[in-house]
Design a protein around this ligand. Structure first.
Ligand SMILES: [Zn+2]
Length: 324
């Protein structure tokens, strides 16, 4: 079953209440003054997609993806079978046609976990490649009648990660800023793949903060891919998001000593990002995946800490490091 939270007249934050699999929130813009029905990130299961499609009288003008992490796109092929035009930000459109590229570029092959990921992507999640996908450059504006859909490039979480600013040309509705996986929810920013980039992530958080606090209108509704919506202005929210990255950095630094080097493998899954309680309850393959994700989260911090002259690399093969 889907739950529709009204953000503005005709605009909803849509959630699944299914207990199975990783869920993300999506946005529905419902045919405002003949603008057509538009969806963003509504990666629901097949029954829910049918329910949603039926509720829109089988009319869907466009579907937009914010990025191609599997919790956001694993069911996107259902929309293609309905004949819906699917938009995906460059350079991630390639992944929807070939997940092997995603795995090669994200370290799964290098780290020997590509078979586990392939099995989960194709069997467990039942992901199917798209035959068609319309790529767009983040920053492009799309017009649907009185609605302007502004896409905003927010790389860092992924290279094409895109936020959406939904504006009403007649200013009858408040602006809605959908920031997908920028990390404003409780768990914070996530950067557990090779293609994540911490510097870009911080810049994207600051960029969205500027738009939220000082952009076209200073009265925006804020929503994201996993958390709740914010109808009342939250001036602190992006500062708190940045703070979570700094806390993670502090935890990584505290793992190292000045007298003896430590290997990256030995400090992974020791509480830097995932709690030990969370890890304890996982099946073997999922534990391996979490190890892989946290390994990259820590590695991104280590690379920055070397640049900041706080850590030195002792052995590049072993990936061992110590405090400077
Ligand atoms: Zn993501």
């Amino acid at each position: 079953m889907l739950n529709y939270e009204k953000l503005e007249d005709g605009i909803f934050l849509v959630r699944s209440n299914s207990k199975f699999g990783e869920q993300c929130n999506g946005i529905l813009i419902k045919n405002i003054e003949n603008s057509g029905n538009i969806l963003i990130d509504c990666n629901f299961n097949s029954n829910e997609i049918q329910e949603l499609y039926k509720s829109l009288n089988n009319k869907l003008t466009a579907y937009y993806a914010s990025h191609t992490h599997l919790d956001h796109v694993s069911n996107i092929h259902y929309y293609e079978t309905l004949g819906v035009k699917i938009y995906c930000p460059i350079p991630e459109d390639r992944y929807l046609k070939d997940m092997n590229t995603f795995m090669e570029e994200n370290g799964m092959v290098d780290c020997g976990v590509d078979d586990i990921f392939r099995n989960i992507i194709l069997q467990t999640l039942n992901f199917k490649h798209l035959t068609r996908c319309t790529a767009f450059k983040p920053g492009t504006k799309f017009n649907y009648g009185k609605i302007i859909l502004e896409t905003i490039h927010i790389p860092g979480h992924s290279p094409g990660h895109t936020a959406y600013l939904i504006r009403d040309k007649t200013c009858v509705r408040r602006d809605i800023l959908f920031v997908s996986d920028l990390g404003i929810e409780r768990s914070g920013p996530w950067y557990g793949l090779k293609h994540c980039n911490l510097k870009a992530y911080r810049n994207s958080i600051k960029k969205i903060e500027d738009i939220y606090l000082y952009g076209s209108s200073d009265d925006k509704i804020l929503a994201s891919g996993h958390g709740k919506s914010y109808l009342i202005k939250q001036p602190e929210i992006f500062r708190n998001t940045l703070k979570k990255i700094e806390i993670n950095e502090g935890k990584v630094l505290s793992m190292f000593h000045a007298d003896k080097p430590k290997n990256l493998n030995d400090i992974t899954l020791k509480g830097v990002y995932y709690t030990e309680k969370h890890i304890r309850n996982l099946f073997t393959d999922f534990k391996k995946i979490h190890f892989f994700w946290e390994w990259y989260i820590i590695l991104h911090h280590i690379n920055e800490l070397i640049e900041k002259n706080k850590l030195i690399e002792v052995d590049s093969e072993q990936k061992s490091f110590m405090l400077k």
